[in-house]
Design a protein around this ligand. Structure first.
Ligand code: SF4
Length: 436
């Protein structure tokens, strides 16, 4: 009788074992889940819950599911259904606590090991469109109506939280071959102004001038004085821009984060010091720069680290050298979370409470207000001198932190354009006066 029961459960477990995330687990956790399942006759739902938590523990470098179960089991005298509920409950509470509390990054200088390998470059020359609207914009958030040009698809820098990895899989970066022709064919309304960026489907500078993509964009900006064109990067790859004739309607922005976060979640990007120094060099060459504090992350020590970073930034640049500064935080679409778990990358990026944020997943509203307020308040001396905005946030965040919000996205778009254009104007007047 006991044998039949065992065989029955084995069959049930075999059908569960096809669960994709179970297959992705390393052997030790897979075996532990199987043993626990057999011993306590876990239901399909319980096996799934245990597997999801097991995968998170592996990704977050926490004690494995097997060890946690054994430790809990030791403190309970019996091994019946009641014990099962108690142990599952304790492990769930532990998992929840890890998500609720600020993420703990090891600051002993040890970087995480990244499984992701460098990506191969390939050239694309099809009839795909390169011009569009910002792919992560949403009607539910206050948005700046950013237009994008996809000069390449895919990114080799390997940030753990980046949605580009979800959009373009396959381990390659596809670089446009005939970008100049495609940009020349874009029909812009000459009576309208546009803020266009090329850093949404790839890093704007990491590939340099591969296939002439930077030359094509410089020409595009030169031929369309009614646009402001933004290169967004986490690289230090400014060599090409330093020797090129950069039209006055181009500016370059860096995503910034404290080095501790970069070490753990932004695999192959430039260090914070390299990013700041690269921005400094471009500012010295008369090119306007911008900064994106995106994502601002809630981890142990975040407040002191962001405070130091903002202070350093304000000490290194003058307000007339900076076109804009944006704030944003971790925001995931559900397929991105699935893809991250599937890749079981060693990363604590999903160690956060999953609160609904306009249909996406982010921190709870109170956490957002807290982290944004600290960064915003540290920028106090620059409040009236630089254009600040939120990316992908709703009205409630704007009003609570900035004390204001735009009526419409068009108003937001206009204000951003005018502010950056003013700074570009100041920069070019300064350059002319230096030449004379
Ligand atoms: S606010 Fe952010 S998400 Fe919205 S359009 Fe602008 S860049 Fe895109």
């Amino acid at each position: 009788m006991k044998m039949t029961k065992h065989l029955d459960y084995q069959k049930r477990f075999d059908s569960f074992s096809n669960y994709e995330l179970y297959q992705n687990l390393e052997k030790e956790s897979r075996n532990a889940i199987k043993d626990i399942g057999m011993k306590y006759q876990l239901t399909y739902q319980e096996l799934r819950q245990l597997t999801d938590m097991a995968l998170d523990f592996v990704m977050w470098d926490e004690t494995s599911i097997g060890k946690q179960w054994n430790n809990e089991e030791k403190s309970i005298q019996h091994s019946d259904q009641l014990a099962k509920k108690k142990i599952l409950g304790s492990i769930y509470n532990n998992w929840e606590k890890l998500k609720e509390n600020a993420t703990n990054y090891d600051s002993n200088g040890s970087k995480r090991e990244y499984k992701t390998e460098g990506r191969k470059l390939k050239t694309i020359n099809g009839d795909n469109a390169v011009f569009g609207m910002c792919p992560v914009a949403s009607e539910k958030t206050v948005c700046c109506n950013l237009r994008t040009i996809d000069v390449a698809k895919g990114c080799g820098l390997g940030c753990s939280y980046c949605s580009i990895q979800t959009f373009y899989e396959g381990g390659t970066i596809s670089v446009e071959d005939n970008l100049a022709d495609k940009l020349a064919a874009i029909e812009l309304d000459p009576n309208k102004n546009y803020h266009i960026g090329s850093g949404q489907s790839s890093d704007s500078l990491a590939l340099g001038n591969k296939n002439g993509i930077l030359d094509a964009q410089l020409d595009f900006a030169r031929n369309n004085p009614n646009i402001i064109l933004e290169f967004k990067t986490k690289s230090k790859n400014i060599g090409y821009l330093l020797q090129a004739a950069v039209p006055r309607n181009i500016f370059v922005s860096w995503s910034l984060n404290p080095q501790l976060f970069i070490d753990h979640e932004e695999a192959r990007t430039a260090t914070i010091e390299q990013r700041l120094q690269a921005a400094r060099q471009l500012a010295d060459a008369g090119i306007l720069v911008g900064f994106h504090f995106h994502p601002i992350v809630y981890y142990s020590g975040w407040d002191a680290d962001y405070y130091d970073l903002v202070k350093r930034l304000m000490a290194m640049f003058s307000v007339n050298e900076v076109g804009l500064i944006s704030f944003g935080t971790l925001t995931f679409i559900k397929p991105a979370i699935k893809a991250l778990r599937k890749g079981s990358m060693r990363s604590k990026i999903l160690q956060m409470p999953f609160a609904d944020a306009a249909g996406k997943i982010s921190y709870p509203m109170e956490t957002k207000k807290k982290i944004f307020s600290v960064v915003w308040n540290t920028f106090q001396p620059w409040h009236d001198e630089v254009f600040f905005y939120f990316c992908m946030e709703d009205r409630q965040v704007w009003e609570s932190v900035f004390g204001r919000c735009y009526e419409t996205n068009d108003d937001f778009e206009k204000d951003l354009f005018n502010n950056v254009s003013n700074k570009l104007q100041i920069k070019s007047e300064l350059l002319i006066s230096q030449i004379n």
